[in-house]
Design a binder for this molecule. Structure first.
Ligand code: SAM
Length: 235
């Protein structure tokens, strides 16, 4: 793959040297395969994982018949999730990330939506409040103390802000869940990737926020799907 990507021998040598010191193949190549597409990946930016394709498939099942739903890819990294959704469905797409390298990379990938920079919901245009049909989130969820156990590709070559979920790994999940009801439309859905071991706690964070959570698993991928309440107001 490096040979195919390098334009000349010098370039190939430089790419091999980067790979030898543990830089992820995707960052060296400049792209990752995700949901059958090539997504641009810049140095330091989280490499989209194949397990996250499960989240995209679930979004497509959930939104298949809706007309131009509003989808937010929060903690978007390269924007892979949002781009894969927009390739499959006609959606109004917003993607957001805190990390400027990730935002620059997502701006390369997300050609059919808007990319915003900032801390979680603070990055989003205020007119989306209460109007989001689906929040698709793969936020960091590695407990801080377990980052040292990760392979060097992640530990040394992906920004720690993309991995570190705080002491129990769930700091971001709790913040995403508590902010979700204000941004989702009534009956809208938060889909959040988690691990099998953390699923119960992620689901509890969603329930604490007043959402109705269900846990879905496939192979090594686990999601919590949490629905916002629909409040009927009597006339
Ligand atoms: C695990 S990576 C996932 C990236 C992408 N969603 C994917 O699946 O490929 C988490 C991303 O969350 C971003 N992030 C971390 N803390 C954030 C925050 N407070 N607000 C917004 N984005 C944040 C990181 O910069 C990183 O790009």
């Amino acid at each position: 793959m490096l040979q195919a990507a390098a334009v000349d021998g010098d370039r190939l040598e430089r790419m091999i040297a980067r790979r030898v010191v543990g830089e992820p193949l995707e960052q060296v190549l400049g792209w990752a395969e995700f949901c059958g597409m090539r997504v641009a990946v810049a140095p330091g930016v989280f490499v989209p994982r194949r397990r996250t394709e499960f989240l995209v498939e679930r979004v497509v099942q959930l939104l298949g018949s809706e007309i131009r739903p509003v989808v937010v890819d929060l903690c978007c990294g390269t924007g892979a999730i949002g781009v894969a959704i927009a390739q499959r469905l006609d959606v109004v797409l917003h993607a957001a990330d805190l990390n400027p390298d990730a935002v620059a990379c997502a701006r390369q990938n997300v050609t059919m939506g808007e990319v915003h920079e900032g801390d979680l919901y603070d990055a989003l245009p205020v007119d989306l409040r209460g109007r989001v049909d689906l929040l698709a989130v793969n936020a960091p969820y590695v407990p801080s103390d377990e980052i040292r156990l990760m392979p060097p590709e992640a530990r040394l070559h992906e920004h720690h802000v993309a991995l570190d979920g705080g002491a129990d790994g769930l700091d971001l999940h709790r913040r995403v869940a508590s902010g979700a009801p204000a941004w989702l439309r009534p009956g809208g859905t938060l889909l959040i990737e988690t691990s099998r071991a953390q699923a119960e706690s992620t689901a509890a964070a969603c329930a604490d926020a007043g959402l109705r959570p269900t846990t879905l698993s496939r192979e090594e991928s686990t999601l919590v799907e949490a629905v916002a309440p629909v409040i009927f107001v009597r006339a």
